[in-house]
Structures are given as structure tokens and as C-alpha cells.
Design a protein around this ligand. Structure first.
Ligand SMILES: Cc1cc2nc3c(=O)[nH]c(=O)nc-3n(C[C@H](O)[C@H](O)[C@H](O)COP(=O)(O)OP(=O)(O)OC[C@H]3O[C@@H](n4cnc5c(N)ncnc54)[C@H](O)[C@@H]3O)c2cc1C
Length: 421
């Protein structure tokens, strides 16, 4: 089949955004998605700046009438259970995007995929991409995929977008996936019904609650009186006396009085899940004929809920570049140099904050007591206003916390290995 301009591997937020953006520019796009939507996915808390991509996709009205909880802020609960002054986004800037959402991913991702369909994108669900196809010059010119009856299908197009999330099909194939040296965490999570919510504006707040050794809980209130609750820490810490997920989770809920109190009225209503391989980036963001978006390019520890924002934004920026490549008939990797630079710049800003968060000698409270003026640029990062000049912020922050060197990779690569999966 070669009726398409673009093949999108994976129909999550990054893939659907890229597909819809290209379809809005008149491109013929096919999405190949392994699952059938709606499907479960973790990662329910959004950042305010998701708004602008959703607006360009024409989805704000649907978001406002969807089963979402309004999120006005993020707050931190210290080891003794005391809650910090929340970061209210509306105190930082005056725009309707300052109120964001806590979402059921099954519903949100379905909305995005249907939006792509409505814009003319052809979507094949239950279709797993197995390998990319290269031409004699080393350009990716299509993919082979299998359906649920194990029939093999070949799709051809001048450009392919890898949006396969943490499966990271192309980066895996090329052995490009590099783990972040320091951020070796695991997460264990579940869902509670009937757990406590704070009042007023704080009802929909994301709470990050500390446990010892710089571990932390997320507490994300969702629709239907359900709360998403997860614990993140070093594997050695969480697995120190058992590998039973429920037992570990239960033990850790007692390590923070705020979490213990908020969960005391609730009941677990879903299995415990676990994931490792926490933070990584692909050595390259593109090769000739293919570009990587969302988690298929990079994944950062979700403490500041940056994943969805980076997925939406990378899908959108990459799609714009792909559109230009199609216009010029030039599918070389170097077309995506700017895309790689922009994404790495945004990810690095978040990554520095994540490192500060995990530094055992650092707290935001101490930072803001000494440097109240830094609350504003830190909030810029927390809302997703990432493409600003943060040189001063990070120069100052490095006096308080150990910050990482910028990773030297993430740029384009025009000579991929011609290896199959
Ligand atoms: C524990 C945890 C908590 C998180 N919490 C948050 C949070 O609160 N807020 C936030 O913003 N982010 C959070 N994230 C991150 C967020 O979930 C991701 O960044 C986001 O889902 C990335 O979107 P994506 O489209 O790149 O990938 P995905 O959403 O994973 O979509 C990829 C799609 O590709 C499909 N696929 C995979 N392989 C193939 C294949 N071979 N062929 C065809 N299709 C394929 C998959 O079925 C999937 O539908 C969290 C992540 C984790 C692990």
C-alpha cells in the first residue's frame, strides 16, 4: 500500500497529534496502532501549556465537556505530611490555559485518535509494526506490520513518524536508547475509590508527597471519585524486604502522613502495576525518512507531569517539519535538526529541575526562601513554558542543587544501521 504521505507508528497522544496536524495540512496519513482504543494508559495529569496544542487541534470545547477534573495547581507534601504553598497556575499568568485537567487516559487518547480520524487520517487498530523498510540509500520508506490474524502488511510512504511510546520501536531497533545515568527509579501504582480530596481550588491538585530517600507519591484526583496514586523511588529502596507490589505499596503509604490520611477513607479498585526503565533518550531524533516523537524519542521521570505536554508538542513540531519535507521532496534527517534542538532544549530544562528535586540536600522551600524571584521561572517550567532563556535560573539553581550536564545526544543521524528488528 503506498497511498500515503506519512506513516505514523503508534496512536497515542504524540502520534495522533502528529497525524491530525498533518491531515489539517492536506497530507494523507495512516496511523498503525497495536491496541484497540479505548485502552488503559498511565499518566493522567496535564500541564497548562498542553492547552495550546489542544486548541490548535480544535479540542478545547471537547476537553471542557469531557469527564475531567480541573487542575489549578501542584502542591508538595513533606515527609511530616505538611503541604507546601500550592503553585497556583492562575497566580502566575492570566489565561484560561492556566486551568488544566486531570484525565482518564483511555478517554483522552481516544478523543485525540478520533479527532485525527475526523480530519481524514486512516487508522488501523490491532496493527503492530514489526520493522521499518529501508531503500538502497538507507532511507526509511515504509514499515511492515502484522494484524491480529498474523497477516503481514506492508505500508509505504516517503516519511514515517515513530510514536510508539516507551516501546520506542526505531530507537530499539537502532540500539539508540540510552538510559539517564542518575534517574534509575521504578514506579508502583494503583487507583483508589472514595479517597479524600482537598477543598476548593485544591480539589483537583496534583500532590507530590515525599517518602524517605527522595522517593515520592503522586496523588491525582480523577473523575468518578477515583484517585490515581503511585510511588516512585529507587528499586533497591522499594524492594528492600519484599517484591510483593501490594505489600510494598501499603508499607510506603504509611511513610507519609498526608498520603496515609487521604487514602484512609478509600478502597483500592484496580490492580497494582509497576514499571522500571524510567528515564532515557534516543541517541538521535531522526534518520533519513523517519522522525521520533513523544516517548519514542525521550522519556523523563514524570514528577512534574511533563510527558503528555512533550508528547503533544513534539508531535506537533515534528509534523510541521514533516510537512515541509514533503513540500520540498527532501526526507533527509538533517531536516529535523531544528526539531531535535528544540525538543532537547525543552527536555533539558525539565531534566535539570528533576535532578534538583532528587538531590537529597535540596528543597524548593529553601530555594524560594533565599531567592523568591526564582519562583516565577520555576513555575514557567512547571506549566510547560519551556522555551525561554533559563540560563540565570539554572546558574542560580546549581548553587543549591547538583544539576546534570546537558546530554550530548538527541540530534539527527542520517546513517542508521540497516538492521531489522
Ligand atoms: C508511571 C508513569 C506515570 C506518568 N505520569 C504522567 C503524568 O502524570 N502526566 C504526564 O503528562 N505524563 C505522565 N507520564 C508520561 C506519559 O504517560 C507519556 O509521556 C505519554 O503517554 C507519551 O505519549 P506517547 O504518545 O509518546 O506514547 P504512548 O501514550 O505510550 O502511545 C504510544 C502508542 O503506541 C502504540 N504502540 C507501541 N508499540 C507499537 C507497535 N510496535 N506498533 C504499533 N503501535 C505501537 C501503543 O499501543 C500506544 O498506544 C507517566 C509515565 C509513567 C510511566
Amino acid at each position: 500500500m503506498s497511498d500515503f504521505d506519512v506513516i505514523v507508528m503508534g496512536g497515542g497522544p504524540a502520534g495522533s497529534t502528529a497525524a491530525a496536524t498533518l491531515a489539517m495540512r492536506g497530507r494523507r496519513v495512516v496511523v498503525l496502532e497495536r491496541e484497540h482504543f479505548p485502552r488503559y494508559h498511565v499518566g493522567e495529569s496535564m500541564m497548562p501549556f498542553c492547552y495550546f496544542t489542544l486548541e490548535r487541534l480544535g479540542l478545547i470545547e471537547q476537553m471542557n465537556s469531557a469527564r475531567c477534573i480541573k487542575k489549578y495547581s501542584v502542591q508538595f507534601a513533606s515527609l511530616n505530611g505538611r503541604v507546601s504553598q500550592p503553585f497556583y497556575f492562575f497566580q502566575h499568568y492570566d489565561h484560561q490555559s492556566s486551568t488544566t485537567w486531570q484525565i482518564w487516559r483511555s478517554e483522552f487518547d481516544l478523543m485525540l485518535l478520533n479527532n485525527a480520524r475526523d480530519k481524514g487520517v486512516v487508522v488501523h487498530e490491532g496493527m503492530t509494526v514489526r520493522e521499518t523498510i529501508f531503500d538502497d540509500n538507507g532511507f526509511v520508506v515504509g514499515v511492515r506490520a502484522v494484524d491480529e490474524a498474523k497477516n503481514v502488511h506492508e505500508f509505504r510512504a516517503p516519511m514515517t513518524i515513530d510514536a510508539t511510546g516507551r516501546s520506542a520501536v526505531f530507537a530499539g531497533q537502532q540500539r539508540w536508547k540510552v538510559r539517564d545515568p542518575e534517574l534509575n527509579k521504578i514506579a508502583i501504582w494503583t487507583y483508589y475509590k472514595g479517597a479524600k480530596r482537598d477543598e476548593g481550588y485544591d480539589e483537583g491538585a496534583t500532590t507530590v508527597a515525599y517518602i524517605p530517600e527522595k522517593g515520592w507519591f503522586w496523588y491525582i484526583p480523577l473523575a468518578d471519585d477515583i484517585v490515581s496514586v503511585g510511588v516512585v523511588a529507587e528499586a533497591g529502596y522499594l524492594y528492600r524486604d519484599t517484591r510483593d507490589l501490594a505489600a510494598i505499596f501499603q508499607r510506603e503509604t504509611q511513610a507519609n502522613p498526608w498520603i496515609a490520611d487521604h487514602l484512609s477513607t478509600g478502597e483500592i479498585c484496580a490492580p497494582h502495576r509497576v514499571t522500571g526503565e524510567y528515564s532515557y533518550r534516543s541517541r538521535h531524533c531522526a534518520a533519513d525518512g523517519i522522525v521520533l516523537v513523544g516517548d519514542a524519542f525521550a522519556f523523563l521521570d514524570p514528577v512534574f507531569s511533563s510527558g503528555l505536554f512533550l508528547a503533544l508538542r513534539s508531535g506537533e513540531i515534528a509534523a510541521e517539519q514533516v510537512d515541509g519535507a514533503l513540500t520540498d521532496g527532501d526526507y533527509s534527517a538533517t531536516r529535523f535538526d531544528e526539531y531535535g534542538r528544540e525538543m532537547c532544549r525543552g527536555i533539558e530544562a525539565m531534566r535539570k529541575l528533576v535532578y534538583a528535586f532528587y538531590d537529597t540536600d535540596f528543597t524548593f522551600k529553601t530555594l524560594f526562601m533565599e531567592r523568591p524571584d526564582l519562583r516565577s521561572p520555576v513555575t514557567d517550567c512547571l506549566i510547560g513554558d519551556l522555551w525561554k532563556d533559563f540560563d540565570d535560573l539554572f546558574a542560580e539553581l546549581s548553587r543549591f542543587a547538583k544539576l546534570p550536564e546537558t546530554l550530548p545526544y538527541g540530534s539527527t543521524e542520517s546513517k542508521p544501521t540497516l538492521a531489522a528488528l
